[in-house]
Design a protein around this ligand. Structure first.
Ligand code: ADP
Length: 411
C-alpha cells in the first residue's frame, strides 16, 4: 500500500448496511460489501475484496451491529490486513435538518442532534443512528464522522426552500425543503469544475443525479441554490418507484373518494409509482428500455414522462442560474442510459443543447466526459462517487492521533 491510511465508510439503510474501505486520497476501493435483509428471517452479507466476491448467511434477525461484528471478525482481518490501516469511520446520514451544513466529527452532542432529526426522516435516520452506535462499540479507538445528504443544500436561499404553507409549520416544525443526494451533487460539482478548468467557487452547473432515486440541483458559484427533492425524497423528478411532483389535491382525492389510508398513500407514492407505476412492468430503466424497444407501450410512456419531466426541471434551472457552464448527468441512469440523455436533450434544443451521438453512445460504464457537440451548451457525464466524498471528509476531520477509546475523548 503506497498510502496506508484507509477509511471505513458505512451507509446504513433500514434493512441493509453497505460498507466500503477506501483510500481517501486516491479513492481506491479495497473492500466493498453489503449486509442485506437485516431484521428478517434470512439476512446475508456479501463482500468483494482482492477481486473475489464472497457471501455468508447471518443469524435470523441479525442487525446492523451483527454485520459490523462480522466485518471485524471475518472480513477485515482476512482482507489485506485492512483493519490495522483504518484511521476513521465515515457514516452517510440522510438528514441533518438545518443543524449541519458540513460533515462533522461525531460526539455525543452530534449523535443526539442526529436523533433529533429522526422526526424529519423517520425511515432513514434511525438506521444511521444504529450504525453509528454499532461502529462506536466495534471501533472504540477510531474517530467517526457524519456526512449528511442534506448538507450541500443548506446554501439554498429562503425563497427556494420555504413551502407556500402557513409559515408556522416551518417555524415550529421545521417543515421546509431540504433536498437530498447532496454528497453526489457536491462530488459532481467539484469534478465538473476540474473538467471545465474553473475554480470550484466559480462554477455554475445543473447536476442531474438519476438513480433509483433521482434529483436535480442548480449550482451557482459551487453552491446549491435549488434542488428538486424537498422535505422528503418524494418531491421532484419521476423516479424508479416514486411519483415525484403531484398535485397535493390528489392526496385528498385518494383519501376522501377512494378510501385510501395514510399508510396506503405513502406506499402508493413511494413504492408503487414512478417508472414502475406508469409502465406496470418495472422500476428498472434498463428493463424498460429493452421492453420499449420490443414495443411495450407502458415502458415507452414511462420513459417519455421521465425524460419530459426532467427536461422541464432543466429548463427551469436555466431560469434560476443566470449562466450555466454545464449540464451534468450522473447516477446509474445518468451515467449509462444514452437513450434517456438523448430524449432529454431532444426537448432542450431551444436552450442550445445538441447531442454528439457518437460521444453519447460511448459514455457508459464509468466513462467520463462531454456528450455534446462543440457548438452546443456543454453537457457532461460524470460518474458519481459518494463513498469517496465520505472518505475524504472523514480523513480531513479525523484528528491526526487516534483517541484512546474513552467516549469523553470523542470531540
Ligand atoms: P441507486 O439510486 O439505488 O444507487 P443506481 O444509481 O445504481 O441506483 O441506478 C440504478 C438505475 O440505473 C436503474 O434504473 C438501472 O436500470 C439504471 N441503469 C444501470 N445501468 C444502465 C444501463 N446500461 N442502461 C440504462 N439504465 C441503466
Amino acid at each position: 500500500m503506497s498510502n496506508p491510511s484507509r477509511v471505513l465508510v458505512l451507509n446504513s439503510g433500514s434493512s441493509s448496511l453497505k460498507f466500503a474501505v477506501i483510500d481517501p486520497y486516491s479513492g481506491t476501493l479495497d473492500l466493498s460489501g453489503i449486509g442485506d435483509a437485516l431484521g428478517q428471517d434470512e439476512p446475508t452479507v456479501s463482500w468483494k475484496c482482492d477481486g473475489r466476491t464472497q457471501s455468508s448467511g447471518l443469524p435470523a434477525e441479525a442487525q446492523h451491529s451483527d454485520v459490523i461484528r462480522f466485518l471485524v471478525d471475518e472480513i477485515l482481518s482476512k482482507c489485506a490486513d485492512l483493519q490495522e490501516h483504518l484511521i476513521a469511520v465515515g457514516h452517510r446520514v440522510v438528514h441533518g435538518g438545518e443543524k449541519f451544513s458540513h460533515s462533522v466529527l461525531i460526539d455525543d452532542a452530534v449523535l443526539n442532534t442526529i436523533r433529533d432529526c429522526i422526526a424529519l426522516a423517520p425511515l432513514h435516520n434511525p438506521a444511521a443512528v444504529q450504525g453509528i452506535e454499532a461502529a462506536f462499540n466495534a471501533f472504540p479507538d477510531l474517530p467517526q464522522v457524519a456526512v449528511f445528504d442534506t448538507a450541500f443544500h443548506q446554501s439554498m436561499p429562503r425563497h427556494a426552500y420555504i413551502y407556500a404553507l402557513p409559515y408556522e409549520l416551518y417555524r415550529d416544525h421545521g417543515l421546509r425543503r431540504y433536498g437530498m443526494h447532496g454528497t453526489s451533487h457536491r462530488f459532481v460539482t467539484e469534478r465538473a469544475a476540474e473538467l471545465l478548468n474553473l475554480p470550484v467557487n466559480e462554477v455554475n452547473i445543473i447536476s442531474a443525479h438519476l438513480g433509483n432515486g433521482a434529483s436535480i440541483t442548480a449550482i451557482r458559484d459551487g453552491h446549491s441554490v435549488d434542488t428538486s427533492m424537498g422535505l422528503t425524497p418524494l418531491e421532484g423528478l419521476v423516479m424508479g418507484t416514486r411519483s415525484g411532483d403531484v398535485d397535493p389535491g390528489l392526496i385528498m382525492h385518494l383519501a376522501s373518494r377512494l378510501d385510501y389510508r395514510v399508510k396506503e398513500i405513502n406506499e402508493l407514492l413511494n413504492r408503487k409509482s414512478g417508472l414502475l407505476g406508469i409502465s406496470e412492468l418495472s422500476s428498472d430503466c434498463r428493463a424498460l428500455e429493452q421492453a420499449a424497444a420490443e414495443g411495450h407501450d407502458g415502458a415507452q410512456l414511462a420513459l417519455d414522462i421521465f425524460c419530459y419531466r426532467l427536461a422541464k426541471y432543466i429548463a427551469s434551472y436555466h431560469g434560476v442560474l443566470s449562466q450555466v457552464d454545464a449540464l451534468v448527468f450522473t447516477g446509474g441512469i445518468g451515467e449509462n442510459s444514452s437513450l434517456v440523455r438523448e430524449k432529454v436533450l431532444a426537448h432542450l434544443d431551444g436552450l442550445g443543447y445538441e447531442l454528439d451521438m457518437a460521444r453519447n453512445l460511448r459514455a457508459r460504464f464509468g466513462e467520463e466526459g462531454p456528450i455534446s457537440t462543440e457548438r452546443s451548451a456543454v453537457t457532461l457525464v460524470i460518474p458519481t462517487n459518494e463513498e469517496w466524498v465520505i472518505a475524504r471528509d472523514t480523513a480531513s476531520l479525523a484528528p491526526p492521533n487516534r483517541p484512546n477509546g474513552d467516549p469523553s475523548s470523542r470531540e
